[in-house]
Design a protein around this ligand. Sequence first.
Ligand code: DLL
Length: 434
Amino acid sequence: MPLNMFWDQKIETLDRAALERLQLQRLQDTVQRVAARVPFYQQKFAELGVKPDDIRSLANLRRLPFTTSADLRANYPAGMLAVSLDDTLRLHTSSGTTGKPKALFFSRQDVDNAAELCARSFVMTGVTKKDVFQNMMTYGMFTGALVTHYGAEKVGCLVIPAGPGNSERQVMLMQDFRTTFIHLTPSYGLYLATFLEKHGVEPRRDLALRKAFVGAEAYTEETRRKIEEGLGVDVYNSYGLSEMNGPGIAFECEQKHGMHIWEDHFLIEIIDPQTGDPVADGQPGELVMTSLCREAMPLLRYRTRDITSIMLEPCACDRTHRRLNRITGRSDDMLIVRGVNIYPQQIERVLMAQSGVGRNYLIALEGLDEMTVKVELAEAGFDGQVEHLMKLQSHLAEKLRAEILIKPQVELLPPGSLPVSEGKAKRVVDNRKM
Ligand code: DLL
């Protein structure tokens, strides 16, 4: 492994025993701080009869209470703070849909740590200060852009704070400033690929682009492949959530096989979302995270709702921080249609693997319990022969039935007819009258 692929080689390759000692020390410190300063945790500790000194090993983590997103909303705006407001430096909110958002405070140290973890995450794919970063995540209350912006600046890259959308301008900036890497959502990645194709931009010929960090929403390996082909890049999965800094929590290294989660900053558990018990090693379940270094707003055993599993085998890159498998969805994303449990990801996998199918789709639930999968055709997908369309339609319906066990209606649409999303896509519209 070339030395320049590490931002902080010592910590990234720390042996497990030392890493766990560090985790325990940081966990104990975090527990002491919240017990002294956060009324929410004081009350939870009292209910469970736990005291900070009870946490003598990492296994004792299970004695601590879970924290949920409902707890954060209930303590909005500043009830979860472990420092005084004077010591906070930045506010982000979660990209929630309705009602009050979750307010996430950062201290100076938190801002710096978040940038540090992004720097590690970029550098492990080979990014150096010579790179030019065009940040296509949304700037604003969302963590996606600002946190990676600071991370890339820390590495010394030239950062172009483009934000998402306005694809014509994106292409101009990429050409004029020889952008080498970008960070964007998979939905915008798919759209940008279509845009390049439509405008005759051949990325390998016309752009200097080499890498795309893609995250903020769940996507499949098939989608990764489509973005890689369409943008002429290597795609690295980037995972994070606002409650734990935003992006930079778990990214893929140059192996592109599982995301290293920075375990010196986060303790992870995988639990059965129904019972709250740990699953067997390597099995899928809900990711639960405890922050180990967050100063302004430490969180214990935060229920992410994200479904994933821990990869058991060591990584060829020599990092000792374990890898998470691709997030397959959120436990609260699951749809129940005609009594069958379905994750939108299953549908995406079928669509994106099908030739002739474009890059944008929508799952519409209507009527009593009917599912229609609306999908755009590829730009060159329709040869004018109606029977070819009908064949594709019934083929897709069959493929979907094999995957999700019910047969949806399939609607094939001309390219560009579904709404485009630049941030997180809304893939499911539920208008059922039940
Ligand atoms: O999406 C932080 C982020 C920004 C991560 C940019 C990566 C890149 P939130 O808005 O709080 O924060 O949403 C967090 O998005 O719990 C997952 O459900 C989902 N998510 C984020 N990254 C991925 C990913 C940011 N790579 C929520 N794969 C998380 C699947 C993802 N889901």
